[in-house]
Design a protein around this ligand. Structure first.
Ligand code: SF4
Length: 432
């Protein structure tokens, strides 16, 4: 059977890459197939498989994989660590997709801290924590490379306190200059500004970058891929991810390591034992921030999760939407409402959700400003129930008022969490 791999020309933040291969050309695993334009922000793209280029259009390169594949790859050729990271095409793998070479081009003058975001904040996703358990020494090596490049004096690994095995694995190999900070188990403690607040006790404004706190935040898998680029000369061609939900093995949560980029989502579900006969939607990413995807989509650099959600349940005739900056936004909530067969009676935004350059940002992620007024406004607009995307703390607040107003509460994460038999986001306590 023909095995096609798809490589989007635009992956992460920046301009699309420009193909440098032609149709019918033979390519090897690790070979550069699309280049970031030299004057633009973006990233290079390499083939993760050996095969023949089948087609090229404005958005994708499709490659037909050979029957036989080897884990070997064409090595990077640059000399310096920063050039290797650039050549490897590494971007922020936690979902942001910002080119890592740009982030690491900053050098601290005096004190500077590297914050490793190992929070794996979204429920269900668990590949970062499993990778930490598997490869703690390689992760520490990646952090040391980052510290050298940026002249950082300290590094802190931010990880939820309940991940005992991962923390123990890190402690076995931890040098003195790198510390561990245990985070509470709340959403969105992995937001970049929340990580700065939790680790450094500095609350950044919505338009400030971590550099304003003399810090750089970098995702855990990104650090692992930096180690591979610098020490193994390996381009970014493989990805860790979690596959979960309505599988044949129903409710399972499975982690995968070094799966080739460009793989079809359907092939990932096959690897997980097959998708169940009935499911609601495919969610790419985590339950809070994930987006609806299709089985024919391809694994790309920022894909961290694939979840087959629970079949949609019927909602009331009129739903009120309460939008969080750090969870599903208006369009995603509207999509879920439509799948529930509900009309939208009104839309409210958490008062801490501020628009900055076209994106919603929370002024203090995960610390509730109160939601009673917003819920009452939705009731007044005619809502018979509310569909919310709020953080853990704000969902607690909604639960303290909506039931009194006789408004049932649905959360954007319900379909994914139900599919994995996990507790729904309603009244939740923070645990460490
Ligand atoms: S405070 Fe509001 S905007 Fe901020 S994370 Fe919570 S629900 Fe979202």
């Amino acid at each position: 059977m023909e095995k096609l791999y798809g490589f989007a020309l635009k992956q992460g933040i920046g301009a699309p890459s420009v193909p440098i291969v032609k149709e019918n050309e033979r390519v090897k695993r690790g070979q550069l197939i699309a280049k970031c334009p030299s004057d633009k922000l973006g990233n290079h793209i390499h083939s993760s498989i050996t095969g023949t280029v089948k087609s090229i259009d404005e958005t994708n390169i499709l490659i037909q994989a050979d029957e036989e594949q080897s884990p070997e790859f064409i090595e990077l050729v640059s000399d310096s660590p920063l050039d290797l990271i650039k050549e490897a095409g590494i971007i922020g793998l936690g979902g942001a997709g910002f080119p890592t070479v740009v982030k690491l081009s900053h050098r601290f003058d005096n004190k500077g801290t590297i914050l490793i975001n190992a929070s794996e904040c979204e429920p269900i996703l668990s590949h970062n924590i499993k990778r930490t358990e598997k490869n703690p020494a390689e992760i520490i090596r990646g952090i040391e490379i980052v510290m050298d490049l940026t002249n950082a004096t300290d590094a802190i690994i931010a990880i939820k306190g309940y991940h005992d095995a991962a923390i123990a694995a890190l402690k076995n190999v931890l040098p003195e200059k790198i510390q561990i900070h245990e985070l509470p188990n709340i959403y969105p403690v992995g937001d970049e500004r929340a990580v700065v607040r939790e680790c450094l006790d500095i609350l950044l404004d919505v338009d400030q970058l971590p550099l304003a706190a003399d810090a750089i935040v970098i995702n855990l898998e990104t650090v692992f891929r930096i180690y591979q680029a610098v020490d193994l000369k390996k381009p970014l061609i493989d990805k860790d991810l979690t596959v979960a939900g309505k599988l044949v093995d129903s409710g399972a949560i499975k982690t995968y390591f070094d799966e080739p980029l460009g793989m079809k989502f359907s092939a990932m579900f096959d690897l997980a034992g097959g998708i169940g006969k009935e499911y609601g939607e495919i969610v790419e990413g985590g339950p809070f921030m994930g987006k609806r995807a299709g089985l024919d989509d391809y694994l790309h650099k920022t894909t961290g999760g694939l979840i087959a959600s629970e079949v949609f349940w019927n909602g009331p005739e009129k739903l009120g939407l309460l939008v969080c900056a750090c969870g599903a936004h208006k369009d995603r909530l509207s999509e879920i409402a439509e799948s529930m067969g509900s009309e939208i009676a009104g839309i409210e935004y958490c008062k801490q959700a501020i628009e900055v350059k076209g994106t919603l940002k929370c002024t203090n992620p995960g610390i509730c400003p109160g939601q009673v007024q917003k819920v009452m406004a939705l009731k007044k607009a005619g809502a018979q129930a509310v569909l919310i995307s709020n953080c853990t703390d704000c969902s607690n607040t909604v639960m303290s008022c909506a039931p009194q107003l006789k408004l049932p509460v649905y959360h954007a994460t319900d379909g994914s969490l139900r599919a994995c038999n996990l507790k729904l986001v309603r009244r939740m306590k923070s645990t460490t």
